[in-house]
Design a protein around this ligand. Sequence first.
Ligand code: HMG
Ligand code: MG
Length: 310
Amino acid sequence: MAFLPQQVPSAGLPSAITICEVGPRDGLQNESRILPVEVKVEFIERLVDAGHRLVEVTSFVSPRWVPQLADAEQLLDRLARVPGVRYPVLVPNERGLDRALERGITDIAIFGSATETFAQRNLNRSVEDSLRMFEPVVRRAKDAAGRVRAYLSMCFGDPWEGEVQASQVVSVAQRMMDLGCDELSMGDTIGVGTPGQVAALLEALVAGGTPIETIAVHFHDTYGQALANTLEALRHGVRTVDASAGGLGGCPYAKSATGNLATEDLLWQLHGLGIDTGVDLAKSVATSRWMAAQLGRPSPSRAVQAIGNQ
Ligand code: HMG
Ligand code: MG
């Protein structure tokens, strides 16, 4: 019999949360090996079969900037979309939005930066100019009855600028939400944050007028803090957590960014706490082991490794 966590709830936590599975996008954008589109489609279909209802599938960015995801159109043309499942995509500019709309996609995510250096490196423009670039994207997506997530990167530290002040994060976050976005995903792009910082930032955001119900967290796991940070965020009322199957992930334009919080590590903790995710741990592990074989290296997820050895 497979070993599963013993269920022992803890006070102050929700009974259910939503996982935003970012493996096909954040995971595969950073791989040196470009996978065939059929493999990407199978990856997404397996994730949906495991129970995910929110899977970020690709990016409509410049193919010169992220060649790993240059096949976004082919991917969406081949992907059989299951009713009730959301398949959002990243869109930086109007060109990206046009490509998404041509494929009937209105569930999008823009992605800004709390710091100037990363805005320049990731979007080739200042924070101010990136907000200007996003404005028509959000307006047109909302006119098309779409849903817009706003990612904000480098909220907890920046590899070039060092510490990032909460006031700076809150200010850019508010300007992104004021564009008309539905959700804010707070990115610890390089995985340096710790729980006290998570609490302080969430409190500052809420005090600044961003409702906690609209905030998601996006933790990379570079320093092994992602699970602790997630638990802190849940205690503060966050109900959407980003994670990546098998702990894939990173950003080609952020020095020292490693994989995202692994979905399986998150599932182990949440299921142990009796928090419903709708996602099957065994199927998730099987998918990540299959993907590890495609990529030719083992998954960094502790739960994937441990369950694989049972
Ligand atoms: P640019 O070079 O300033 O843009 O890049 P441009 O408008 O001058 O265009 C350059 C070329 O790209 C042109 O082609 C455009 O047509 C084309 P050319 O005429 O030279 O042949 N182009 C496009 N092609 C297809 N789709 C498009 C598109 N836009 C322009 N949408 C740009 C500006 C924003 C395009 C570029 O910087 C870019 O694509 N950046 C994306 C970088 C990226 O995807 N990074 C990873 C995602 S963010 C992340 O991972 C963090 C996150 O996970 C949260 C966290 O962890 O913190 C979300
Ligand atoms: Mg990321």
